[in-house]
Design a protein around this ligand. Structure first.
Ligand SMILES: *[C@@H]1O[C@H](CO)[C@@H](O)[C@H](O)[C@H]1NC(C)=O
Ligand SMILES: *[C@@H]1O[C@H](CO)[C@@H](O)[C@H](O)[C@H]1NC(C)=O
Ligand SMILES: *[C@@H]1O[C@H](CO)[C@@H](O)[C@H](O)[C@H]1NC(C)=O
Ligand SMILES: *[C@@H]1O[C@H](CO)[C@@H](O)[C@H](O)[C@H]1NC(C)=O
Ligand SMILES: *[C@@H]1O[C@H](CO)[C@@H](O)[C@H](O)[C@H]1NC(C)=O
Length: 806
């Protein structure tokens, strides 16, 4: 019963039109300064027939728009509140005249009326500087189309015009619309909020549906421009919503929608055009999409109330953030009406924009009239003066900072909302907040998805690639691609290039399919490897046997066997042998300048010392007697100057010079590294391979010495066994020669750790050959046939030899 009475009162209230002063305005409050208000109180068409193009429909053709009514109430409330506040405009009474513009069909007449003076005439003047129209400012209208029409008139007189929900970008153009300000963020921010939402849920494959009017065209163009800038989101297709009468076209669009893999549909359209569209969607049983609503329909209770709409999928929308205005809804008679909550909760969002717009004008008046706490200066308020002040207002209203940015927009927060249908819940639940200043989305709630397990719907042209895969574009869209593995030696760096793999730096490698490269493993001879152990064991054998030989020779120094082997010169040979065996570890471990010097210079010098000793020794055995008899002076010189030692030193010096020259000629003595051709993940570190000409010279000298030694030994092949070294020298030379040549050949075709091992092995074997081959048999005789190691035995041997010679 009470409800019925309320409704009746309400109806009377609505139909009440003040007789004073003019039937043109629907709601009027007298005051010192009047604010004009343009609201849409009738919008939704009663019949489904489209608007007749040739005839302006009358307001009666539309049904009530409850949201518009609520907004109008907000303006009335704000004016009343300002009048009640003694501090803002003391001694000044604000009034209003509010007109229903019927969506957009009744705006020119009201604007002309509001611009006229008391006598209803809008005079034609040369100069409107001093012209004072009926109202000081106009609030509204709501939709962009109507706002643009109004703005064109008001710009001529520079009458302050504050729109509370027309987001169109065109109104930002201040050369065309210098008098138009807005108490909401512009369309760019709405679009950005949408894009941020899509990025947040990783949707990159979307459908855009637009109405066939400026609103749809303009917003879809903004979206396209924004997406072209980002490149992260692609439009699968874009369609203009056909007029409801054109059923086949609509069916074609729905069919395309059904077949598309895109699950996210952005709809830019005034709400009036969408009822028929969503009825068709329901008829077509199109479910499972995510619908993203532009502000025009994001909080439209009529659409929300459409039967069965919840089956269509998830509805998200971008709209202005609701700031509850305390006291406003207490006066709102709709609170308990049938769709009370829906209305309240949808209207409330834009309510604050209206409220802020009225307050902004009041603050501008406050500044213009120079108000203090007790009084304001009286005086005519010229529109352009008020406009100047309006641009500069900056105040706090319900904890929001209210000011206009450079484009005349108020950067208020935007809300991402989700539609809900449970009666107990807010039908437009806020799920995220968008700050125009930071251009960022702040999630504040969970979205409940239409999917069975409440998982986020996927709307991607191609699934994102696995780490280490590059994209290969299919068609024109950057969002559609195939994934290809990055080959070994390259890696995938998204920031550098999504469609190609980057090569690894030279010191690094990857096994392919990689998002980063690793340092190549360094390869060099290591202690724990079997080959190293074997060679080192050989070296140890050499070392200890050389040591043993040294001891044996030392103990039997004065015996004929030792003296026939060279006497003190044996130690000149044994010492470098011992040293060489002891220095084998320089081959193991990462090469350094120091170890490379040793490897490349030291061992070859040791070898030369030994070979030259052998050569000199053979020379002495074979030629010394002839020299003594035929060239006594030369012989004397040889003996006096220790010719044998001088010769060895001389040859060693030549060898040292060769080695040094070789080193100096080499481009570097630093160890070099290069990639293992068999396993690119390995870098081989080795001494600089200066083997080409250098090694040839080195080796030729050794070969020459061997040949000399061999020749003398061959000449003395008839000498008693103890003096005969021909076999040994032949063997040693042949071995050394073969190994050097093989090593060179091997190094030329292969460069790996194997080269180092072989180099080492050859070195060790060469020394072993000298150590065991030359000294071994002598030692054997010394130890096991002491009877042959006596001067008597030697004498008998020599006598036997001389007798044979005779
Ligand atoms: C303004 O003051 C009057 C009288 O005190 C009061 O009835 C009315 O509710 C007030 N309006 C607002 C909006 O505060
Ligand atoms: C307020 O302004 C009026 C005129 O503008 C002036 O007469 C009055 O003294 C001012 N009051 C205060 C407190 O400044
Ligand atoms: C508005 O005023 C606040 C403090 O009063 C200030 O921090 C802010 O920068 C002002 N904004 C503009 C746009 O002038
Ligand atoms: C969102 O959902 C998660 C897990 O389902 C939950 O932990 C979190 O509290 C929810 N957040 C809100 C704001 O409801
Ligand atoms: C990836 O590429 C960017 C830009 O070229 C560069 O700054 C960054 O260091 C690269 N990342 C890696 C791991 O190489």
């Amino acid at each position: 019963m009470r409800l019925q009475v309320r409704r009746l009162c309400l109806l009377l209230f609505l139909l009440w039109v003040p007789g004073e002063p003019m039937e043109n305005s629907d709601f009027y409050l007298a005051g010192d300064f009047l604010l004009g208000g343009l609201f849409t109180l009738h919008a939704n068409m009663k019949s489904t027939s489209p608007v007749d193009n040739l005839q302006v429909p009358t307001c009666r053709k539309f049904t009530m728009k409850v949201v518009g009514y609520n907004l109008m109430q907000a303006m009335r409330f704000a004016v009343e509140e300002i009048n009640n506040l003694s501090s803002l405009l003391p001694g000044v009474r604000l009034g209003y005249e509010i007109v229903d513009i019927c969506y957009m069909f009744n705006n020119i007449q009201p604007v002309l009326y509001l611009l006229a003076q008391e006598d209803y005439f809008l005079p034609i003047l040369k100069n409107y500087d001093r012209y004072v129209p009926r109202v000081v400012a106009i609030i509204g209208p709501d939709n962009s189309e109507a706002a643009k029409t109004v703005a064109n008139f008001l710009s001529m007189l520079l009458l302050p015009h504050v729109s509370y929900s027309a987001i169109t970008e065109e109104l930002r153009d201040k050369t065309r619309y210098p008098a138009t300000l807005r108490s909401i963020p512009s369309a760019t921010h709405h679009i950005e909020a949408m894009v941020q939402l899509m990025l947040h849920f990783r949707w990159n494959w979307i459908v855009v549906l637009t109405s066939n009017d400026d609103y749809g065209r303009e917003n879809s163009q903004l979206l396209t421009q924004r997406l072209a800038r980002g490149g992260d989101i692609c439009v699968a297709f874009q369609e203009v919503l056909p007029a409801p009468a054109c059923a086949p076209r609509l069916d074609a669009v729905l069919d395309k929608l059904r077949r598309s893999t895109a699950r996210v549909v952005v709809v830019f359209s005034p709400e009036v055009a969408l009822h028929d569209f969503f009825r068709a969607v329901l008829r077509a049983r199109l479910t499972g999409a995510v619908w993203i609503a532009s502000e025009s329909w994001a909080i439209d209770p009529e659409l929300h109330g459409l039967d069965g709409l919840r089956r269509c999928g998830t509805f998200l929308g971008v709209t202005i953030r609701g700031v509850p205005v305390p006291g406003e809804c207490d006066t709102c008679p709709w609170k308990t009406a049938s769709y009370g909550d829906v209305l309240t909760l949808s209207g409330e969002r834009v309510v604050f924009s209206v409220y802020a717009a009225v307050y902004a004008v009041a603050h501008a008046l406050h500044r213009l009239l120079g108000c203090n706490r007790t009084a304001c200066a009286p005086g005519p308020v010229r529109p352009w003066q008020l406009l100047r002040e309006l641009w500069d207002v900056n105040f706090t209203l319900l904890n929001s900072q209210i000011f206009f940015d450079q484009q005349g927009d108020m950067p208020l927060y935007l809300d991402i909302i989700q539609w809900q249908w449970d009666l107990s819940q807010n039908p437009f639940k806020s799920v995220a907040l968008y700050s125009p200043r930071q251009q960022q989305l702040v999630p504040i709630g969970n979205v409940s998805w239409h999917t069975g397990d409440n998982s986020v719907p996927v709307s991607m042209c191609s699934k994102s690639c696995l780490p280490g895969q590059k994209k290969k574009a299919i068609g024109l869209h950057p969002c559609c691609f195939e994934c290809h593995d990055c080959p070994p030696g390259t890696f995938y760096n998204q920031t550098a290039d999504e469609f190609d793999c980057q090569p690894c730096p030279s010191t690094m490698w990857s096994r392919g399919n990689a998002a980063s490269c690793f340092r190549r493993r360094l390869a060099f001879l290591q202690w724990h490897e079997a080959s190293t152990i074997i060679v080192v064991l050989l070296a140890a054998l050499g070392f200890f046997s050389t040591l043993a030989i040294l001891v044996v020779f030392w103990r039997h120094f004065r015996t004929p066997m030792v003296r026939s082997a060279g006497g003190p010169m044996c130690f000149v040979m044994l010492a470098p042998l011992l040293l060489a065996f002891g220095m084998v570890p320089v081959y193991v471990g990462p090469p350094t300048v120091f170890t490379c010097l040793w490897r490349q210079a030291f061992f070859t010098l040791c070898f030369t010392v030994c070979i030259s000793c052998v050569a000199v020794r053979s020379f002495q055995i074979v030629c010394i007697f002839q020299m003594a008899s035929r060239l006594p002076r030369a012989y004397g010189l040889w003996v006096r100057c220790h010719g044998a030692y001088v010769s060895v030193a001389f040859m060693t010096a030549i060898k040292a010079a060769l080695v040094a020259g070789n080193m100096l000629a080499a481009p570097t003595i630093d160890p070099t590294s290069h990639t293992d051709p068999e396993d690119p993940s390995v870098t081989i570190v080795s001494c600089h391979p200066n083997y080409r000409l250098g090694l040839l010279l080195n080796t030729s000298m050794d070969v020459l010495l061997s040949v000399v030694g061999f020749s003398f030994a061959y000449m003395g092949k008839g000498l008693p066994m103890s003096y005969n070294e021909a076999k040994f020298i032949t063997f040693c030379m042949a071995f050394s020669f073969t190994t050097s040549v093989s090593l060179c050949t091997f190094m030329a075709v292969h460069n790996g750790v194997l080269v180092t091992i072989l180099d080492l092995l050859v070195t060790v074997l060469n020394f072993l050959a000298i150590s065991l081959g030359y000294f071994g048999p002598k030692c054997y005789l010394i130890l096991f046939y002491p009877e042959r190691n006596t001067p008597a035995y030697f004498n008998s041997m020599i006598q036997g030899y001389t007798m044979r010679m005779d």
